[in-house]
Ligand binder design. Sequence first.
Ligand code: 13P
Length: 215
Amino acid sequence: MKYFIANWKANKSIKDALFWLKIFFQKPFINTKAKIIICPPYPLLYPLAEKIKNFSNIYLGTQNISEFDSGSFTGEVPGLIVKDLVQYTLIGHSERRKYFLETEEQIEKKIIQAKKNQIEPILCIRGKQDRINPIASIIAYEPDYAIGTGFNENPEEVIATKKKLSLKPKTLFLYGGSINEDNAKDYLKYQEIDGLLVGNCSLDPFKFRQIIDSC
Ligand code: 13P
C-alpha cells in the first residue's frame, strides 16, 4: 500500500474542486493499492466529503489543525470541528513553519489535538533539524529547497536521510518536493518510501492520476 497525498495549499474554489473530482474519477484506477488523501482548503471539505463517500481508497485531510480545543479562538479550526470530515491532517508543513512561524511546541500541541480527535497526524519535517514526535506514525520528509522549485531530492538521498532519522520500525515515511508524473515512480519502487506528498502537480487531476497510475 502506497500513500498519495494531494496538498492543494491555498488553491481552488468549490467549483474547481468538484470539476477536479469529476476528471479524477473519470477512468478506473489501475493502481488498486493506492491510498489517496486529498488535503483541500477547509471550505472544500464538506462538498468533497459528500462526493467521495462511496469510494473506499480515498480520504480527506486538513492542511493544518488548531493547537487549541474548541472555544474562544477566533479564526481557528480545531480538530473537534473537522473530525467527522477528515481522517488525516498535515502538521508542521514547512510553509506553516516559514510564514506562520509555527514552533516545535505548537506542532507538538497540534499532534496531541489531532490524536485526541481521532485524526491521524502526518508530521511534515524539513530534515534532521525538525523534532520528530514519537506519537506521529506518519512522517513526510520535504526538504525546503525541493518544494515548488523543480529540484526534487533524488530517492537515494531521501533514503539516506530516512536512515539518519532513526524512526520507529513501523513509522511510515513519505517524500514530498517537486514530485511530478515523470519522477514519482522512481521513489515508490523503494520499499523504504511509503508514499508521496504532492503540491503543484496535485492541482491537475490528470497529472495526479498519472502519478498514481504510474506507480
Ligand atoms: P510541490 O510538489 O509543489 O513541490 O510541493 C510540495 C509540498 O509542499 C507538498 O506538501
